[in-house]
Design a protein around this ligand. Structure first.
Ligand code: PMP
Ligand code: GLU
Length: 400
């Protein structure tokens, strides 16, 4: 069987792979705590589920328009106006099968072979692979714990070349939880202003899971770059709807049309039922979003406190999303009691899974070796036990 070069050279999604591995161990009877995959552990709020049931009963069983139902696109445009102060016409919004699909659409619709795409790292697993799929050239810009994982204007300026076609920004960030302030974004926008060829792809899927105490600032709200910024967002995280698969992009009209053409050939409109549920999410009561946010903030405090009690871990205080990204290099170059050597963060993540029975994701999956990612979207009880297991597994390691 021939497998195309483009798929042969694609990496497996490590977040999904670690979650799968943890599920397999669980199925074998091993008591694993899964801190690998990033998804809310809450059920979808009842009024959203009820809207889906109604959609089924009302026979929303036919193909939807390729870019999504007009009523949903209007609800998204209203949300962007109400919450973000952004003014989009529904014709600028294309609904797809999750934010991941929306992002894939944007990349496929804008990147030609050899185009450079800047990806500040640590970066979510799919950015690099999607750019490679489009035959673009990923330009990774490394940021570390010392700069709270945020790209500086000087780093950005240095990374841009005449071949730069786009940048993928993610705030609040997966995997670090870092959030750019308005001033920090403004300083980056000042750089973008000097380089009008750069499309700004703003992944804002975690906008509601924010602990700064202030309002979320969308990159599209900066006038100077508004006409070349694409917002990626969706219902997965804010409304606990990861399995429903609804996300969208809000883009300049010409790009929205191009994406719609692409989607019309590849997937058609997203699930009719899930679209009606997403519409209820955007138009219905919003208290559920705040309730979940508060729970995540409490867990953030808990997990940061417990992680800081583990000697040798470098721990930032995430300001959004539901991930902790501790620096683990103090535990590399060690040997475990079972004789295995822990050379890389991937070795460490595997040791924590197989011996500590806690599933995490290696920093390497996010182009950031020397770290691991923990998702704290799980119960306090699980978090306390997971951190106890991690601490005791790490205490067993001896420098080679
Ligand atoms: N962007 C980021 C940064 C993510 O963490 C995720 C993970 N789910 C997505 C996009 C994709 O979300 P969706 O479930 O809507 O495809
Ligand atoms: N975005 C989540 C994560 O990073 C879900 C998995 C995925 O889509 O990669 O864990």
């Amino acid at each position: 069987m021939q497998i195309s070069n483009r798929v042969e050279s694609l990496a497996v999604s490590q977040t999904l792979a670690m979650s799968q591995k943890s599920a397999e161990l669980k199925a074998q009877g091993v008591d694993v705590i899964n801190l690998s995959v990033g998804e809310p552990d809450f059920n979808t709020p009842s009024h959203i589920k009820a809207a889906a049931v109604k959609a089924i009963e009302d026979n929303y069983s036919f193909y939807s328009p390729v870019p999504g139902y007009m009523s949903l696109r209007k609800a998204i445009a209203d949300k962007l106006s109400r919450e973000n102060g952004l003014h989009y016409d529904p014709s600028q919004i294309v609904v797809g099968n999750g934010a991941k699909h929306a992002l894939a659409n944007v990349i496929m619709a804008t990147i030609n072979a050899g185009d450079e795409v800047i990806i500040p790292t640590p970066a979510w697993v799919s950015y690099l692979e999607l750019v490679k799929l489009a035959e673009g050239k990923p330009v990774l810009v490394a940021t570390g714990l010392d700069q709270d994982f945020k790209i500086t204007p000087a780093q950005l300026e240095a990374a841009i070349t005449p071949a730069t076609r786009a940048i993928i920004m993610c705030s609040p960030s997966n995997p670090t939880g870092s959030v750019y302030s308005r001033d920090e974004l403004q300083a980056l926008v000042d750089v973008f202003e000097r380089h009008p060829q750069v499309l700004v792809i703003a992944d804002e899927i975690y906008e509601h899971i924010l602990y700064t105490g202030g309002d979320f600032v969308s990159l599209a709200s900066f006038e100077a770059i508004a006409d070349r910024t694409v917002v990626i967002n969706g219902v997965s995280k804010a409304y606990a709807m990861t399995g429903w698969r609804i996300g969208y992009c809000a883009a300049p009209v010409q790009l929205a049309k191009a994406i719609s053409k692409l989607q019309g050939q590849m997937t058609s409109g997203a699930s009719s039922i899930a679209q009606k549920a997403a519409e209820a999410a955007y138009t219905g009561p919003q208290e559920c979003v705040e309730d979940m946010r508060r729970a995540f903030e409490r867990r953030r405090d808990l997990v940061v406190r417990l992680a800081r009690e583990i000697p040798g871990l470098g721990v930032n205080e995430p300001q959004g999303a539901f991930y902790l990204f501790p620096e683990v290099s103090a535990y590399l170059g060690t040997t475990a009691p079972d004789g295995r050597t822990i050379t890389t963060d991937s070795d460490l993540a595997m040791y924590l899974l197989e011996v500590g029975h806690v599933a995490t994701v290696a920093g390497a999956a996010f182009c950031a070796p020397g770290y691991i990612r923990l998702s704290y979207a799980t119960s306090d009880e699980n978090l306390v036990e997971a951190m106890r297991r991690i601490k005791s597994a790490l205490q067993e390691l001896r420098k080679c």
